[in-house]
Design a binder for this molecule. Structure first.
Ligand code: C2E
Ligand code: CA
Ligand code: CA
Ligand code: CA
Length: 279
């Protein structure tokens, strides 16, 4: 029972007892989730505010649990990370996203990209760049169709192993994005030391637009920082037309959020894409 603290932390919103029981059964089931085919990817489009076009999406993981229904990552990602199961799950996510990118691009969606979220754990103790290279070769996915989203924490730990892997991924021609930008203990100097292409402004700042001045100042600061470093920006969690207008006006042209679309099944994404282009 020495794991108590950790379990309690993972499920701080529920009772500790429920947390422990749920965790133990989920953990056992998670080990078989790939072979049982219970994982699904949903895709949230990224739109260009200037030309109302979508040039890509982010893949978001879901677990179609036999009795609990469709689970979002907050229910299981932490367990998958702590147990290391995330390495196998992450491989499935990369392969599935690449296969989808090939379908879309062959189907005529020119240079439609897919962004995949990576856990720190996927960088440690296994050859991530080699794995991705093999997946690209096997699926026929072009490197420019795949973006990788990492968090600031990965860069702040600054291990040789991670640094080498990021260099190899960049050499393969993939784009690297920093997720939830602004929420970590960022020392910002990592932006100069690592090959970063994209910053994703965290939803907490975007949702402050129109509500509090300090969020707006922060967002404007991030826009000018990105511009001077020649890094592309994506605003996350855009929910209102007012937020979109503000972002467009200050020069942040790429956005994701419920205003445009929630995460969609592949079938839903296909119909969303057709309609959106006709607007
Ligand atoms: P994230 O990468 O920051 O993804 C954005 C989250 O915000 C998603 O939650 C998305 O559904 C939600 N979202 C998008 N637009 C809006 C909006 O306008 N308003 C609000 N309130 N929320 C919005 P989701 O799908 O539950 O994913 C949660 C987190 O789980 C992700 O945060 C990411 O860190 C992680 N995750 C998702 N898929 C994977 C994966 O394949 N591998 C790993 N390692 N982590 C994943
Ligand atoms: Ca993300
Ligand atoms: Ca994010
Ligand atoms: Ca997040």
């Amino acid at each position: 029972v020495k794991d108590n603290g950790r379990n309690g932390y993972g499920f701080y919103e529920r009772g500790l007892t429920t947390g422990l029981t749920e965790r133990m059964s989920l953990e056992a089931e998670l080990r078989k989730v790939v072979e049982r085919g219970e994982l699904e990817l949903y895709y949230q489009p990224k739109v260009d505010l200037l030309c109302a076009r979508s040039a890509g999406c982010e893949a978001l993981l879901r677990w179609r649990h036999p009795s609990l229904g469709l689970l979002t990552p907050d229910r299981f990602i932490r367990i998958a990370e702590e147990t290391g199961i995330i390495v196998e799950i992450g491989g499935w996510v990369l392969r599935t996203a690449c296969e989808a990118a090939v379908r879309w691009n062959r189907g005529g969606w020119a240079d439609f990209t897919v962004a995949v979220n990576l856990s720190v754990r996927q960088f440690l103790g296994h050859d991530l760049a080699g794995e991705i290279q093999a997946i690209l070769a096997e699926t026929g996915c072009r490197p420019e169709w795949l973006e990788l989203e990492i968090t600031e924490n990965l860069l702040l730990e600054d291990r040789d192993e991670t640094r080498a892997t990021l260099g190899q991924l960049r050499d393969l021609g993939l784009k690297l994005a920093i997720d939830d930008f602004g929420t970590g203990y960022s020392a910002l100097n990592y932006l100069a030391r690592f090959p970063i292409d994209i910053l994703k402004i965290d939803r907490s700042f975007v949702q402050g637009i129109g509500r509090d001045e300090s969020s707006e100042k922060l967002v404007r600061g991030i826009v000018s920082l990105a511009r001077s470093l020649h890094i592309l920006l994506v605003a996350e969690g855009v929910e209102t037309a007012g937020q979109a207008a503000y972002l467009q006006q200050i020069g942040c042209h790429l956005a994701q959020g419920y205003l445009f679309a929630k995460p969609l099944s592949e079938e839903q994404l296909v119909s969303w894409y057709k309609q959106y282009r006709q607007q």
